[in-house]
Design a protein around this ligand. Structure first.
Ligand SMILES: O=C(O)COP(=O)(O)O
Ligand SMILES: [Mg+2]
Length: 230
């Protein structure tokens, strides 16, 4: 790999995974040998990306909960860019109206969330949007879940904070993703790549769209970045 490769920000679901959301093992050596910083930027709660870094043996650099949580490395404090209180009230109100968050009683999706709420796409969207409007929150459909969070946070805002924590310019970063929740990251990063499974609303926001989908698209994106930085 060329020494000059940019710091990389990469989404998990739909980008490092296959179509069943299992991580594509071909991405492991790429992430482990990337010569610059790697940031895992996801809508998932903190333990998921932290575990991914831990088990890969790479530095824990994480944007979780669609930007509500930023972890620049293992040594520093976890940074919270949003407050959980309004989201918690919304979650109670949604359930009081008779709707389920849709993840079963253990709710491993929200159990460790600090700043936002994720609701299954099998649960009704309209009352969620109605409540979000009432509480001044935003709903993002990633294609994997509905996420409700403060309008002031997204993966782009979090990338700005991550870059400043790492003494870098956000424009130095490349960002690879697949969903509407990645678009704010595409806008802040210097180079944005969408994988082919991204919806048509996402692709025009990227500098390049791969011809392969899912983890195969990530590998292609990395080759494309390597060519550009040769
Ligand atoms: O949890 C989701 O809905 C999406 O997660 P992702 O940001 O890693 O694709
Ligand atoms: Mg994704």
């Amino acid at each position: 790999m060329p020494e000059s490769l940019p710091p990389l920000t990469v989404d998990i679901d739909g980008t490092l995974t296959d179509d069943s959301r299992a991580v594509d093992p071909r991405v492991f050596p790429v992430l482990q040998s990337w010569p610059s910083a790697v940031v895992i930027a996801t809508g998932k709660a903190m333990p998921y990306p932290v575990s991914l870094c831990e088990f890969l043996g790479i530095e824990t650099r994480v944007i979780a909960e669609n930007g509500g949580v930023v972890i620049p490395d293992r040594q520093r404090d976890v940074i919270f860019l949003a407050d959980p209180e309004t989201v918690e009230s919304l979650a109670r109100a949604y359930q009081e109206r008779g709707h389920s968050l849709g993840w079963g009683s253990s709710d491993l999706v929200n159990r460790w969330r600090a700043t936002e709420l994720a609701v299954s796409r099998d649960s009704p969207l309209d009352p969620l949007v109605e409540l979000a409007d009432e509480y001044g929150l935003t709903v993002v459909d990633t294609g994997y879940a509905y996420h409700v969070h403060e309008a002031s946070v997204d993966k782009g805002v979090a990338l700005q904070r991550m870059a400043s924590e790492l003494d870098r310019n956000p424009g130095e970063f490349a960002f690879i993703g697949d969903s509407p929740n990645d678009v704010p990251g595409f806008e802040i990063a210097g180079t944005a790549v969408a994988v082919d499974n991204a919806p048509d609303s996402v692709k025009p926001n990227a500098d390049y769209t791969t011809s392969k989908a899912y983890g195969g698209g990530f590998l292609e994106a990395v080759e494309w970045l390597s060519e550009r930085h040769r």
